[in-house]
Design a protein around this ligand. Structure first.
Ligand code: AMP
Length: 196
């Protein structure tokens, strides 16, 4: 069982159409503060990003925001976080977020969230780093994506043992517990593409 000190949460810059998305962002934020897990996130105050940052801060937790200069206006940089890093571009943002975090969680979101989560999974698969990736599957939001992963496995584009690179849970508490005791599948650090 590893002790998580910080978790990077990828989340939509919108709040979605179901109040459960905001509710589970609040619950995740409160739990992270209670368990003394620092939130690392995109630094904005819009959508689920703002909701989770506020929830952690209101519960006395620590929040690190990482935002690219040119997005600081569009995503309305959060004024109250513990630490804010303003970086030059998206690549630096993602690199910094993964450097600061022991694990990742994707909450419901759009293209940006999906891109961020798949970068983590594909980089773990390549052995670039070894950190668990959790999906907060609120109200079954990610079921279609999990079905797509099964389809990739059945079609032999993803090895069955790499199914466990994504850890999905419906509630913040079970997801955090799961991430804490999770062991990554053994990654074959081989650069032959047939072996990946
Ligand atoms: P979205 O899920 O599209 O609402 O975006 C959520 C977050 O992902 C926002 O903070 C976006 O700035 C960020 N984002 C958007 N596109 C990308 C991308 N290509 N790579 C990494 N992050 C992104």
């Amino acid at each position: 069982m590893s002790t998580l000190k910080s978790v990077c949460v990828f989340c939509g810059s919108k709040s979605g159409n179901d109040p459960q998305y905001q509710q589970s962002a609040i619950e995740l934020g409160r739990l992270m503060a209670q368990r003394k897990i620092t939130l690392v996130y995109g630094g904005g105050s819009v959508g689920l990003m703002g909701v989770i940052a506020d929830a952690v801060l209101e519960s006395g937790g620590q929040v690190i925001g990482v935002i690219p200069r040119n997005l600081a206006t569009r995503e309305l940089i959060h004024p109250g976080v513990t630490e804010m890093h303003i970086v030059e571009d998206m690549h630096t943002r993602k690199a910094k977020m993964s450097e600061y975090a022991d694990a990742f969680i994707a909450m419901p979101g759009g293209f940006g969230t999906l891109e961020e989560l798949f970068e983590v999974v594909s980089w773990v698969q390549l052995g670039i780093y070894a950190k668990p990736m959790g999906l907060l599957n609120t109200a079954g939001f990610y079921d279609p994506l999990l079905n797509m992963v099964e389809h990739c496995i059945e079609s032999e584009f993803i090895k069955p043992k790499y199914r466990d690179l994504i850890i999905a849970d419906e509630t913040p508490a079970t997801l955090l517990d799961h991430l804490q005791r999770h062991e990554l599948p053994l990654i074959e650090k081989i650069l032959d593409p047939e072996q990946i």
